[in-house]
Design a protein around this ligand. Structure first.
Ligand SMILES: [Zn+2]
Length: 154
């Protein structure tokens, strides 16, 4: 059995099709604008079509300012502009027990973003990988029950 804090308003419907995990907000991911090169090619406004004038000019990437990477927190709200597929891992990030969940939340101070009303789902499924904190990534096959953080936190 697995347990996950799952707010549908943020993460969408809890189902196998949506079972993807995002990077942490402060994870540096490859810049989708320049594909990590730090620069982009733009049309040369002075290009005449003749002579030695280049048709395109290389410029500093406007999204990452030549870093080649950006923080996930700055990308996550721009899903309409970029394909996020490469940043997502298969499976929902979850916990093996309620005790693990409590310990993790205490350690990482998630109390600031979790309320007593935050939904918790207990479910069964197939483990398909490991998350950034060594937690299981699971594709759910069956929901066992829903509860809330307030009911299981102590
Ligand atoms: Zn860039």
């Amino acid at each position: 059995m697995y347990y996950r804090l799952h707010d549908k308003a943020i993460s969408g419907k809890f189902c196998p099709e949506n079972a993807k995990s995002e990077p942490f907000d402060d994870a540096a991911v490859r810049c989708p604008e320049c594909l990590g090169t730090g620069s982009v090619w733009v049309e040369n406004p002075d290009w005449s079509g003749f002579g030695d004038e280049p048709a395109n000019l290389e410029e500093e990437c406007p999204l990452c300012q030549s870093e080649g990477s950006v923080y996930w927190s700055s990308l996550r709200d721009r899903r309409d502009e970029y394909d996020m597929g490469e940043y997502l891992q298969e499976g929902y990030s979850c916990f093996l027990s309620v005790e693990d969940m409590r310990a993790y939340i205490q350690e990482y101070g998630w109390y600031s973003i979790i309320t007593d009303e935050t939904p918790v789902v207990a479910f069964e499924g197939e483990e398909v990988g490991m998350g950034l904190d060594g937690e299981p990534l699971v594709i759910p096959s069956q929901v066992l029950y829903w509860t809330t953080w307030g009911k299981i936190k102590n």
